[in-house]
Design a protein around this ligand. Structure first.
Ligand code: BG6
Length: 486
């Protein structure tokens, strides 16, 4: 099979002056250009409210990408992008904007000899997803009479099961499922995709990847930063919706899934959704005992946070995947803002050997083997094992075998958006959420959302910034005789 290629197309970004475009999308386009992965007949059309002209938009974006790259831009590469970067301003609910868009698209296509393939990126607040989709459909821009029309929808896809279904119904009015690319930038991260390669391109791990050999799995998505200037969005979302329901569940499905029958999009997604369907539903008492929420001290003083807000900035929980492979093996998940460091990792802890054979020696206990998949930063994989300390006596020490992406492949970490933009242009939906996956994720967290909504009085634990969350999160593990790896 030949390598996939991105089709010649126009990327139309709604929300072209926002943070996502500045911090992630345009830097990702620049990185794709640097790697030579952009098609020749490619162009970008930014759509946003600010009434600025194209020259100013280009200058602003150049400064932004330069700032994110942290080094001077390659003049030729940037020029290639700038020559293909256009801008239209308007209100997203105004049909006239979409008439202007059509004219502009015709103009761009004529200039760059681009076929009518349009990739619409919804980098707008979630309450506008439906509006933009409807306007596009009404203006005829989603019809695939000639060329393809695809839509990338940013997260959050809904706020719970019901709203996710409603949003989907809204999108489906003018779009077929095959045109909808629900994005989760975690799936674009090399280290996340590598979980599949690690599991299914190696013979030695898969036989032990189950309840017979694994004691538990723990996953951490820790951020040092707080909510910063995203308070208005975050205060309505919270850590459970912002990170767990999407990013963490995606990583969990890759760790927990059965081998797919092929790497085709539907086969991979079929296996992933089964993991979420197999998660044991949480009862109200499970939520009380095995789910911890907390807020960092000072959160309510952050900009745009409601006074007395009960939104969680930290969640930890214990889940079980009730299937043949994982029955009885806990998956512990935790995420939070204002923790000691930025760190995302999955640790698969194996059972200890059944017997301590070193009785006549100073060895009193054996440490478990732990396989750690470091998703960021310091991307890599390590496996800890016991080794004999040199010398005449039997003494053991835990040592590690370590693989580092940066050292081995000499690559710079990317934003995750490069792969996903490329895949959307190539028509590959493997790394995007299918609707049943989104729904299954919401179904897992819905009992937690319900329980928290019903409980408006119990105090929410707080934690000092720069710590690993509240003691309740540690107790979640210590009660089971286990501990978080910090
Ligand atoms: C986003 C969340 O999806 O992911 C943010 O909305 C979070 O709150 C971010 O900070 C983390 O992404 P990354 O790639 O920095 O781990």
């Amino acid at each position: 099979m030949s390598n996939p290629h991105a089709d010649p197309s126009v990327l139309v970004i709604f929300g072209a002056s926002g943070d996502l475009t500045r911090h992630k999308l345009l830097p990702a386009i620049y990185n794709l250009a640097e790697e030579g992965h952009l098609p020749e007949a490619f162009a970008i059309l930014g759509v946003a409210r600010p009434k600025i002209d194209e020259a100013e938009y280009r200058a602003q974006m150049r400064a932004q990408v330069r700032a994110i790259e942290g080094e001077p831009l390659d003049a030729d590469k940037w020029k290639r992008i700038e020559d293909r970067l256009y801008y239209v301003s308007g209100e997203f609910n105004d049909p006239a904007l979409y008439d202007r868009l059509k004219e502009k698209l015709d103009e761009i296509r004529a200039r760059h000899h681009t076929p009518p393939n349009y990739l619409f990126y919804f980098a707008v607040p979630p309450d506008l997803f439906g509006t933009v989709a409807n306007q596009l459909a009404q203006s005829g821009l989603t019809k695939e009479d000639e060329g393809w029309r695809r839509v990338i929808v940013e997260k959050p896809f809904g706020y719970d099961v019901e709203s996710a279904r409603a949003l989907n119904a809204e999108l489906r009015k003018g779009l077929h499922e095959s045109q909808i690319y629900r994005i989760d930038h975690y799936l674009g991260k090399e280290t996340v995709q590598n979980i599949l390669a690690f599991r299914f391109a190696n013979g030695i791990f898969e036989p032990t990847w189950n309840r017979r050999y694994v004691d538990h799995v723990q996953m951490t998505v820790a951020e040092e930063a707080g909510v910063e200037h995203r308070g208005a969005y975050y205060d309505k979302a919270g850590a459970l919706r912002d990170i767990v329901q999407n990013h963490m569940f995606q990583v969990m499905t890759l760790v927990g899934m059965e081998p797919p029958i092929s790497f085709r999009a539907e086969d991979v997604r079929d296996e992933k959704v089964k993991v979420l369907h197999a998660v044991a539903p949480l009862t109200a008492s499970d939520v009380t005992q095995h789910v911890v929420r907390a807020q960092y001290a000072g959160y309510t003083k952050e900009p745009n946070i409601a006074p007395g807000s009960r939104t969680e900035t930290f969640v930890a929980m214990r889940l079980f995947i009730d299937n043949w492979r994982w029955a009885g093996i806990p998956f512990y998940l935790r995420t939070g803002k204002r923790l000691p460091k930025r760190m995302t990792e999955v640790a698969v802890q194996f059972n200890c050997p059944p017997l301590l054979l070193f009785r006549e020696t100073s060895v009193r206990a054996l440490g478990p083997n732990v396989l750690i998949i470091r998703i960021q930063p310091d991307e890599g994989i390590s496996l800890s094992f016991e080794a004999k300390v040199p010398g005449p006596f039997v003494r053991l020490k835990t040592v590690t075998m370590d693989f580092s992406y940066a050292e081995y492949f000499k690559t710079e970490p990317t934003t995750g958006y490069e792969t996903l933009l490329f895949d959307a242009m190539a028509g590959d939906q493997t790394l995007f959420h299918r609707m049943d996956i989104v729904e299954a994720g919401w179904q897992v967290v819905q009992p937690i959302l319900d329980a928290w909504k019903a409980d408006t009085t119990s105090p929410i634990p707080t934690y000092e910034t720069g710590t690993w969350g509240p003691t309740e999160a540690d107790m979640l593990m210590t009660r089971d005789g286990r501990a978080w790896r910090d």
